[in-house]
Design a protein around this ligand. Structure first.
Ligand code: NAD
Ligand code: DAU
Length: 350
């Protein structure tokens, strides 16, 4: 039986990895995406001619558009990745985060519930709603400990607060209305097609051009990095085999201080694309004002996902970061237009 999945946010960084994976695996995929600044159909060039892929440009806050998509496509799975995702933007302008992450998720839940209630018994049995979320909902860790599924929620940024709100809504729609949901919370992703406002692609592209490499505060904040395709494989597993009403933490056991991530990228770039005019790229590192409310450390305990569902990530950080650097070097056609737009926005030109 062909499986039909509606993916929200499928033109984003992680959503596009999920779409590429599921299209190749033979799923019928509808990508439902508003195409904000972070959405990019060029991330789907590898699969967008496939007969089992289609795209709808629409907003998850638009209940009518969501209803039409559900009623016409008739998915047996919804994977919800659409979100405003960048912490710094949420500090500068939290409104869009509340709108998309909270109101958008609410709208999607209402329409998914209406759709699910209209299915016959077999359809209801088969249907699932997978909500994709972040480890940032748990707040920050000290030097010890890991985030588990039962770690209390303590979001610290407008972004993480909006994602925490969406997690609570999804949980409530399961317990109150019986919508068959499954949830996951993942650590920092990296890899190809990552928008160049985030630490890793920003560092790679600035290092290539000999520009300053901004590090917030002292660079001692720790993130737990996961290669994006490993997240996509976890998401397929959770969506299809995760227990209903449960949440699963996803992470790669790759804790790194920001300063060490940036130094690693500098070392790879010096080896792969040496540039005498730039010299050793570590010299480009520039410590800048810290992010307000900057969480000190994230680290995931993925025991439940590994033990229950048998998930095994395929990439360690060293091979993943080398592959990522090489991908950016080989795919200027993807990032050049974005970088030009992003640089202009940063200096107030657009
Ligand atoms: P992203 O910013 O790269 O992509 C978000 C996508 O959602 C874009 O294609 C955008 O156009 C779309 N979108 C935004 N608002 C929309 C709306 N109102 N209606 C329809 N589409 C809309 O984000 P990402 O990094 O790929 O993250 C995807 C999901 O995974 C998010 O829910 C995020 O919270 C979560 N997550 C991200 C990470 C990470 O490291 N990037 C880690 C854990 C969880
Ligand atoms: O933990 C999961 C989260 O990871 C996701 O939910 C978010 O959607 C995703 O954006 C990411 O959030 P972070 O804030 O951790 O990612 P970012 O790449 O923005 O920053 C990573 C770390 O690097 C963070 O500690 C801030 C720091 N940083 C970031 C930038 C952009 C810098 O030091 N300099 C920078 O220029």
């Amino acid at each position: 039986m062909t499986r039909r999945v509606l993916v929200t946010g499928g033109a984003g960084f992680i959503g596009s990895a999920v779409v590429r994976r599921l299209v190749r695996a033979g799923w019928d995929v509808l990508n439902f995406d508003k195409l904000t600044y972070a959405g990019n159909l060029a991330s789907l060039n590898e699969i967008d001619n496939s007969p089992n892929y289609r795209f709808a440009k629409a907003d998850i806050c638009d209940g009518r558009a969501v209803r039409e998509a559900l009623e016409s496509f008739r998915p047996d799975l919804v994977m919800h990745l659409a979100a405003e995702s960048h912490v710094d933007r949420s500090i500068d302008g939290p409104g869009d985060f509340v709108q998309t992450n909270v109101i958008g998720t609410f709208t999607l839940l209402q329409e998914a519930l209406r759709y699910w209630q209209g299915l016959d018994a077999a359809g209801q049995q088969a249907f699932r709603f997978h909500h994709i979320s972040t480890d940032e909902v748990f707040g920050t860790l000290g030097e010890e400990g890991l985030f588990r599924e039962d770690t209390p929620y303590q979001p610290n940024s407008p972004y993480s607060a909006s994602k925490a709100s969406s997690d609570h809504l999804v949980r409530a729609w399961f317990h109150t209305y019986g919508l068959p949901v499954v949830m996951s919370n993942c650590s920092n992703n990296y890899g190809p097609y990552h928008f160049p406002e985030k630490l890793i692609p920003l560092t790679i592209l600035n290092a290539l051009e000999g520009k300053p490499l901004p590090i917030y505060g002292k660079g001692e904040n720790v993130r737990d990095w996961l290669y994006v395709d490993d997240h996509a494989s976890a998401l397929e597993l959770i969506a299809t085999t995760g227990r209903l009403g449960e949440s699963y933490n996803v992470g790669g056991n790759n804790e790194r201080r920001n300063i060490d991530v940036v130094r690693t990228i500098c070392t790879i770039m010096d080896r792969v694309v040496p540039d005498a005019t730039i010299g050793a790229r570590e010299g480009l590192i520039t410590f800048v004002t810290d992010r307000p409310g900057h969480d000190a450390r994230y680290a995931i305990d993925a025991t439940k996902l590994k033990g229950e569902l048998g998930w095994v990530p395929a990439h360690d950080f060293e091979s993943g970061i080398e592959a990522t650097v090489r991908w950016y070097l080989d795919n200027a056609a993807w990032w050049e237009p974005l970088k030009a737009r992003y640089d202009r926005a940063r200096i107030g030109l657009s």
